[in-house]
Design a binder for this molecule. Sequence first.
Ligand SMILES: Cc1cc2nc3c(=O)[nH]c(=O)nc-3n(C[C@H](O)[C@H](O)[C@H](O)COP(=O)(O)O)c2cc1C
Length: 246
Amino acid sequence: MKQITAAVFSPTGGTLRAAQMLCGLWDAPVRWLKAEDTEQKLALAADDFLVAAFPVYAGQIPAIEGLFENYTGNGTPCVILAAYGNRHYDDAIAQMKARLERRGFVCVGAAACITPHTFAPELGAGRPDEKDKAVLAEFAAGVEKKIREGGGSAEVPGNPEPAPKKAVPVPKTRDGALCRICNLCAQACPAKAIVPGVIKFNPERCISCMRCVHMCPYGAIRFDSTALTERLKANFSTPRPVETFL
Ligand SMILES: Cc1cc2nc3c(=O)[nH]c(=O)nc-3n(C[C@H](O)[C@H](O)[C@H](O)COP(=O)(O)O)c2cc1C
């Protein structure tokens, strides 16, 4: 492959780390795109290669309008990388495959990779690790071989058209004593859910990705997910393996 176009949505950095690990396994330069820049239209050719990386939210693709719908392919091979917090990816891969294939891509492979859970980072702590990398290396080699041999759409599990499901809302608070109204959070919010100038959160738009909490330089935004965190830790602590589909 001559170049990798890696379109990544990663509000708190886990998906990006997994995408960097995967893309580093191919011997090709990488063009990195922020997938949430949905205004950035891009048409890829048959000999291009797309890696579409995103975190799983409520078993689906994050509910950002137009996410991954600004790219078009022309029989372009693509690989899906779903990062999730050790619960499950449910329909997310099938949903993304349908979305990309409607737009002219051929999903030659998909990987589901465990990363720290936003609301229970103990789940997926240190992942992806060296063991995961070995699985991804085998997958990367398989993808390369498959593309060389003419590609073909991979079979993936899940429902490609699941009914929209809202992720559990996790309310946030702003500490007025720490916040300097620098507006960085409003600028970085992928859901445009923060009103700049006053730093108010719009619960209708918020997708609870926690990018604002993660990136605030003053630690002024916090959330309390105690009940959800406890439920996740009680039920989903057994480490899951990376799964790949070719
Ligand atoms: C709103 C929300 C919903 C999530 N839903 C799931 C889920 O259904 N299954 C799962 O295993 N992890 C789930 N997670 C965990 C994320 O998929 C995981 O933490 C991912 O690494 C976050 O990506 P990022 O670090 O690139 O932001 C969810 C996280 C958030 C913020």
